[in-house]
Design a protein. Structure first.
Length: 216
């Protein structure tokens, strides 16, 4: 009877360990199936970090708690007491097998859910990195446009200014200044403005297509 009591206690411990792993697996499955809102690179990296932490915990259970459960299961199923007067072995070994199988199945499902979530979060990160790059382009475009607008204003003010000309050297100086401004205007149009338009087209055409999409 003492032997039987010990086996039943081991079986009870096996049941408790199974329930604990089942509860953890259920909570994990809920987490792995949640799609978090990711709106920037920092959030994407944080979610990947959270998933990495979960994976560490999963591996601990996979290499620690689960083997411990199965080792206990073997003891419950196979321990046997026998003398010429009586014998005893746990009556329901299949219950132990079924409990362990339920955890094996749950862990396999968690593996699959993890793979799917990892794929989604990697896509989130790639999309947000793409978005961040486009936003940098847009910021550069705005600054260049502001600089060009400022220069155009200065040029307009110059053209609208009426110089006092009383002699030939002054007239020649004004003509030289006008030539310089005109050359600058051509340089701005052929280089600066052309680059601005090219960047604008690049921004407008920018599009991310993965598991998710983004377009400026």
């Amino acid at each position: 009877e003492e032997f039987k009591e010990q086996v039943l206690l081991s079986n009870s411990a096996h049941t408790n360990k199974t329930e604990s792993l089942q509860k953890w697996s259920s909570t994990s499955a809920e987490y792995l199936q949640v799609k978090e809102e990711v709106g920037n690179v920092q959030e994407a990296r944080q979610q990947l970090s959270n998933l990495s932490n979960w994976l560490d915990e999963f591996k601990e259970n996979q290499t620690g708690a689960l083997p411990s459960l199965k080792k206990l299961g073997v003891k419950v199923r196979e321990d046997r007491y026998e003398t010429k007067f009586s014998s005893y072995q746990f009556e329901n070994p299949q219950e132990v097998v079924d409990r362990e199988t339920s955890i094996d199945t749950a862990f396999e499902e968690l593996n699959q859910l993890h793979a799917k979530k990892l794929e989604v979060l990697k896509d989130d990160l790639a999309r947000e990195e793409f978005r961040a790059q486009v936003e940098l382009w847009e910021d550069s475009h705005q600054k260049r446009a502001s600089e060009l607008t400022r220069w155009q204003g200065e040029f307009r003010d110059y053209l609208e200014t009426r110089e006092e000309i009383s002699d030939t050297p002054t007239a020649q100086k004004c003509l030289n200044e006008l030539k310089t401004y005109s050359n600058n205007a051509k340089d701005q149009e052929t280089a600066f403005f052309a680059a601005l338009k090219a960047l604008g087209k690049k921004i407008i055409a920018a599009e991310y297509n993965g598991l998710s999409q983004y377009k400026f």
